[in-house]
Design a protein around this ligand. Sequence first.
Ligand code: GRF
Length: 234
Amino acid sequence: MNFMACAVSGSDESRHGMRFVYKEVPMTKIVVLVSGGGTNLQAIMDKMDSGAITNAEIVAVISNKADAYALERAKNKGIAAECISPKSFASRAEFNEALLAGVNKYEPDLIVLAGYLVILPACLIQAYPQKILNIHPSLIPSFCGDGFYGLHVHEAVLARGNKVTGATVHFVDEGTDTGPILMQKAVAVKCGDTPEVLQRRVMEEAEWEILPAAINAIANDKVTWQDGKAFITE
Ligand code: GRF
């Protein structure tokens, strides 16, 4: 449990004459799923350290790849880190069950896909409605869906000649990149960009900002829903 101090009337008086009530706000427990380098994971951990994300903790990082550097980043922070790989199971169904059990074990309030390149099993999505977030490196609904991952997204943006791209944080439903959008940020495409240069700019200017901001909003109860759409309130 975490305790948040809120200035209100009718409660204990502090030394400075202000009145505070200590409201119990449960800490949001997060499991992060990764496949690669983990720069988004790092951005989340850094913003937790700096206080830009409050009321949340990462309880585990799970990768489908044993050599994902993201696992090292988690271990360096003393966070539980494990690999659950489809290759270790005889069938996809067995992997799906193991992933669900592996996530359930940590009893998360929120699951964050931070560069997770495995299609999530339906059983996991159904077990955590409106509790799974994904970061996608384009402005959805452009350049998303099947085949749009990693550098392919930025290649397609450059091939089309777009002048603006960006990133999107969305909740996960059973489609590919079709779930409710929570946050987006635009990023300029510049003359002479390569996919790698553009990917880096999208990460620095958008992904590493909006994924932590979205987590902070959820952890501090600032997300409201209207007609199936998610909004962040101040
Ligand atoms: C990011 O571009 C993210 O948008 C996409 O996968 C990449 C992950 O990078 N889903 P990292 O592992 O966080 O460095």
